[in-house]
Design a protein around this ligand. Structure first.
Ligand code: WQD
Length: 325
């Protein structure tokens, strides 16, 4: 099939593009390179530089005809979304409406959307399944949830079929080492640990060690980005075969603590990593884990690379090369 990947030069988007190419699809990547990187592009996938706020540019690329589009073009810093909501309204919400309207005009009927576990907010029970109430704690999560609701209406009114994939904590790098672009100014835990391991930063700050968890540090469901990528291909396959929209979690169902990731990185890399315990970060729940039962049942999907060693090892390969170690 011919797939348009919007945001395909980003960290997750480039892995998704790779997976569609590997499974025999034709891919066009559309990205404004605001956080995406040229080095994340592949020669087999045509690249169109463009912005989702430019409706003419969207119309022009979609006019050539696609069987589906994957939408991963969004700002994703939960903290920043609370201080600069306008930025998130314009890009995430208006930008997505531009995409949906252009898709309808061009007759593109299938959308795979990069949603987030941030749609759930503070967990009421664990593991979190798709029936868990949605009550985002930050504006970023709100934009993702609103987009899911727009998608629901476009399904009813325009016959657009969508897969909303609620990612848990994306981590790791391509298991075959084909993607080398590092995220700029990362705030997420594993890239921060990697930067400390390479000497790109002095230390890792551990946000609290007095949580009610195995070692007192926060526990999250880290899902390997190659597993996430496979979930997109499986979701499109479902849309084609079932002609029905769906909303699913993509998580590993395992929970790793901050200290487990730091200790695994010390062991795998042999590098000393300074960890400094600091105050809790406001808004952080102690523990978040997914139920991915629905993805397993409907998509036949399961996480294959999301064990802690593979997450750390594949990330280290990317950072090590970058740092020349
Ligand atoms: C993980 C754990 C921190 C950094 C965020 C977004 C969420 C989703 C994924 C997109 C927590 C601890 C972190 C550090 C630390 N994004 N930590 N020191 O907060 O679970 O989720 O990314 O959809 O919307 O909110 O991820 O990587 O920031 O934190 O101790 O320097 O690591 O407290 O326990 P989070 P994270």
């Amino acid at each position: 099939m011919k797939i348009l990947i919007i945001g395909g030069a980003g960290y997750i988007g480039s892995h998704v593009a790779r997976e569609f190419l590997d499974t025999g699809h034709q891919v066009v990547v559309f990205d404004n390179l605001s956080s995406g990187l040229e080095r994340n592009l592949f020669p087999e996938a045509r690249f169109v530089k463009g912005d989702i706020l430019d409706t003419n540019g969207l119309d022009a690329v979609m006019k050539e005809g696609f069987d589906a589009l994957v939408h991963l073009a969004a700002f994703k810093a939960a903290g920043e979304s609370m201080t600069k909501p306008e930025k998130y309204s314009v890009n995430n919400i208006s930008g997505t409406l531009n995409i949906l309207n252009a898709a309808c005009a061009a007759g593109i009927q299938r959308v795979v959307f990069s949603s987030s576990a941030a749609t759930y907010g503070e967990p009421r029970y664990l593991p979190i399944d798709e029936d868990h109430p949605t009550n985002p704690e930050n504006y970023y999560g709100f934009t993702k949830l609103e987009i899911e609701r727009f998608l629901g209406w476009y399904d009813k009114l325009k016959g657009l079929r969508f897969a909303a994939l609620r990612y848990f904590n994306a981590a790791g790098y391509d298991v075959k080492g084909r993607i080398g672009g590092l995220e700029r100014n990362p705030a997420n835990l594993l890239p921060v640990i990697m930067e400390a391991a390479c000497g790109m930063r002095e230390k890792v700050q551990v946000f609290g060690n007095d949580y009610d968890t195995k070692d007192g540090t926060g526990v999250r469901d880290y899902v390997h980005v190659s597993d996430l990528a496979a979930g997109h291909v499986a979701a499109l396959d479902y849309l084609v075969k079932q002609d029905k929209s769906l909303t699913v979690n993509l998580g590993s169902e395992a929970g790793f603590s901050v200290m487990e990731l730091i200790e695994t990185t010390r062991r795998v890399t042999g590098r000393p990593i300074v960890a400094e315990i600091v105050a809790r970060r406001p808004g952080d729940p102690a523990k978040l884990t997914a139920s991915s039962r629905r993805a397993r049942e409907l998509l036949g999907w399961e996480a294959k690379y999301s064990d802690v060693d593979t997450l750390v090892r594949t990330s280290w390969e990317a950072y090590r090369k970058h740092a020349g170690l």
